[in-house]
Design a protein around this ligand. Structure first.
Ligand code: HEM
Ligand SMILES: *[C@@H]1O[C@H](CO)[C@@H](O)[C@H](O)[C@H]1NC(C)=O
Ligand SMILES: *[C@@H]1O[C@H](CO)[C@@H](O)[C@H](O)[C@H]1NC(C)=O
Ligand SMILES: *[C@@H]1O[C@H](CO)[C@@H](O)[C@H](O)[C@H]1NC(C)=O
Length: 519
């Protein structure tokens, strides 16, 4: 009796693993001679999100960024495969070759997004980042007009106002301001900018300190709590939350953010007489279509508002934080930037939108930061058909990589950004490389490319240049001294300050800064 039961269980387990092995062997055969790495739990498995990399066992949560170009250099070519024993993706093709990447980003139908990989972002509903096909097309068509040049001007003006208020109302006349972590400054700035320029939500630095009546979290607090805990919300079923105080606070933040977003929608519908052309109006108005065409459901409207709030500030804030850290570490680059800004702005004058095209060194500093710290270090796609991608080996011979229909394909952005073939001395922070008119455009992909490229690139560039210009012209940025690290070398300090982890996007771990007023 008992032995029969065990026999049954054993044969199920053996059957399962046997099938996996056969599947893996078959996939390996299909991939031909493509060099590969192997993991027990590999790409696309949620378990990885919580774990560091262990060779052969777990791919880890930050593998795309940590590995950079190393595995490709070792393999001698810029397209490789990753095989996983457990996980939704038995094979994932990693592509770091600029020509092959261009081929993928320009053929959306043949290399679509794997929508399952974006489930984390659907906490309030499907949205422009997490969908494909007709639904995505509709969302993009509704949102894109809000990212016009007219809106960029608004982004600029609102950013200048917000940073001016930071100086006058928060930093006051202190000669130096120290912050424990750069994101303590950059997250609120970026959130205030997307709040006003995208949603007409004019929050000032002071007002937002206390939660309104009936709320536990401020708008900002709720949004940060939600963006920090999307995975928990995805994994923990609703009925569990009441058993833990910590979990209950998380649930409360999710509910309150929903209320804040609903309030924003209602207020906008009521005040519709005032003509507005921002993102919120574009989204809300699209729901009141008269021609009977497809409109958004309430969940989709909420999903899109949430994703724009999130995409619109997290990547920006992290990029600004890395930029501050790099300028603090490389004071000579900061001086160069300061001198450049001074040659464009008159003393004590606020920068204007028309000056933006002149601030090219500022832009070069951002590009170099985005090359070194791409917020999305690996962009997921999959192959909708059997196909072939071509690359070259270390001797320059063409190599064809066969790709089976359904295979995951990851655009290995960080690997490409650190490839010495395109970037001389790739680990060095050298903004000047972007001032050379012949910089390798195809090997730079922080915003993705093609039809699914970032919709907010101009938005980021506009607010980023305004923020950086204003801060660097008034304050000198340095790394906060800490007696704990007194004996540290420059290399050690750099390693400590530039440490990253991966949550929804690449995230700085701890960047302690001092802003000192320039004399
Ligand atoms: C440094 C700043 C930013 C970086 C590096 C960045 C990067 C990216 C990347 C790599 C994608 C493609 C993601 C994928 O295929 O999975 C993307 C998509 C997107 N981004 Fe950004 N982003 C930034 C800022 C922004 C801002 C400020 C906004 C909005 C205000 C925004 C809105 C979007 C939207 C809506 C999409 C989806 C586009 C589509 O699929 O049609 N991003 N971004
Ligand atoms: C979110 O995480 C960051 C660190 O990644 C932390 O500094 C911040 O306090 C967290 N915010 C909330 C609301 O949990
Ligand atoms: C959007 O339109 C649908 C259908 O007309 C309606 O049920 C829903 O309440 C609307 N949502 C919002 C937020 O206005
Ligand atoms: C920065 O990169 C963008 C592409 O993301 C490019 O259009 C722009 O010309 C670059 N500018 C500078 C100054 O590097």
């Amino acid at each position: 009796m008992v032995s029969n039961l065990w026999l049954g269980v054993a044969s199920i387990i053996i059957g399962y693993f046997g099938k996996r092995v056969i599947n893996l062997v078959q996939k390996r055969k299909c991939a031909g001679k493509t060099p590969a790495t192997y993991y027990f739990v590999g790409y696309g498995n949620i378990i990885n999100v919580f774990l560091p990399r262990i060779p052969w066992i777990f791919a880890g949560h930050n593998v795309e960024f940590e590995a950079k170009h190393k595995p490709f250099a070792k393999a001698g070519q810029d397209i490789m495969a990753t095989f996983s024993f457990v996980g939704p993706q038995p094979i994932s093709i990693r592509v770091a070759d600029p020509v092959a990447i261009k081929h993928i980003t320009t053929s959306r139908a043949r290399f679509p997004k794997p929508v399952a990989a974006y489930r984390l972002l659907n906490v309030y509903g499907e949205n422009i980042i997490s969908t494909e096909g007709d639904k995505w097309k509709m969302f993009r068509k509704i949102s894109a007009p809000a990212f016009s040049d007219r809106n960029n001007r608004l982004v600029w003006d609102e950013t200048v106002r917000i940073v001016s208020e930071l100086f006058s109302d928060v930093w006051g006349d202190k000669d130096s301001v120290s912050v424990d972590h750069a994101v303590d400054v950059t997250l609120p700035i970026a959130l205030l900018v997307i709040g006003t320029a995208g949603f007409g939500k004019r929050v000032s630095w002071k007002e937002d300190a206390l939660a309104p009546q009936g709320f536990t979290h401020t708008f900002k607090g709720a949004l940060h709590m939600v963006s920090n805990h999307t995975r928990i919300k995805l994994l923990v079923p609703n009925w569990v939350y009441r058993f833990s105080k910590r979990l209950d606070r998380i649930r409360c933040a999710f509910d309150e953010l929903e209320l804040y977003m609903k309030e924003m929608i209602e207020e906008r519908i009521k005040s519709e007489k005032v003509e507005r052309h921002d993102l919120l109006s574009a989204l809300v108005d699209s729901n009141i279509s008269e021609d009977g065409g497809q409109v958004m459901t309430e969940d989709e409207l909420m999903g899109n508002i949430f994703i724009f709030l999130l995409a619109g500030h997290e990547t920006t804030a992290h990029t600004l934080a890395f930029t501050f850290a790099l300028l603090a570490l490389y004071q000579d680059e900061q001086d160069r930037l300061f001198i450049d800004i001074q040659s464009i702005l008159a003393d004590d004058e606020l920068p204007t939108y028309s000056q933006m095209p002149l601030l090219t060194r500022c832009m070069a500093v951002f590009n170099e930061t985005l090359r070194l710290f791409p917020p999305v270090p690996g962009i997921p796609k999959f192959s909708a058909e059997d196909t072939i991608l071509a690359t070259t080996d270390s001797e320059g011979n063409t190599v064809n990589v066969p790709i089976e229909k359904g295979s995951a394909c990851t655009l290995a952005v960080a690997a490409m950004h650190y490839n010495p073939k395109y970037w001389k001395d790739p680990h060095a922070f050298n903004p000047d490389r972007f001032l050379d008119p012949n910089w390798p455009r195809d090997a730079f992909l922080p915003f993705s490319s093609g039809a699914r490229a970032c919709l907010g690139r101009k938005f980021f560039e506009t607010e980023g240049i305004a923020i950086l210009t204003m801060i660097v012209s008034k304050y000198k940025i340095s790394i906060k001294d800490d007696p704990k690290f007194a004996g540290e070398t420059f290399e050690q300090k750099k390693k400590r300050v530039l440490q990253t982890k991966y949550s929804i996007t690449l995230t700085p771990v701890h960047i302690p800064l001092v802003f000192t007023k320039r004399g």
